[in-house]
Design a protein around this ligand. Sequence first.
Ligand code: SF4
Ligand code: SF4
Length: 132
Amino acid sequence: MNDVTQLDSHVAYCGLDCSGCEVYQATTFDDDDLRQKYADKVLEQFKVKVEPATVNCFGCKDERPKTGYCAMCEVRKCTTDKGLENCAFCEYYGCEKLQKVHKAMISVGKAVDGVASAHLNLEAIRQENGLA
Ligand code: SF4
Ligand code: SF4
């Protein structure tokens, strides 16, 4: 049995901790049961059919292809274009683009998860770096 609590955190540009994401977990453990579980969840919640074999992501900061929303994320593009570690360091922190992504995460049950609380992670980074 894979233990997700053993995964190191991987804080994304938007603040999401990828270690709390089912897609990242399925990929890291190369676990087809987790891939199927994720595909079932997406079908049930959003009526979207996902091929389990395509459920793969090595984390936001990894260059390899991503699944679902992260594959076309504007925040990732914006942050990398600016050469920032994440949105916490941006002069436009809290911009509409970032808020839109956070709202989308809440609707798919990611950002409300304690492990993956994107907004809180960015706030903590800002505090630590004297930016808040
Ligand atoms: S929503 Fe965007 S910034 Fe956040 S984890 Fe996905 S690709 Fe990365
Ligand atoms: S403009 Fe917004 S999305 Fe882009 S890096 Fe800054 S805070 Fe992040």
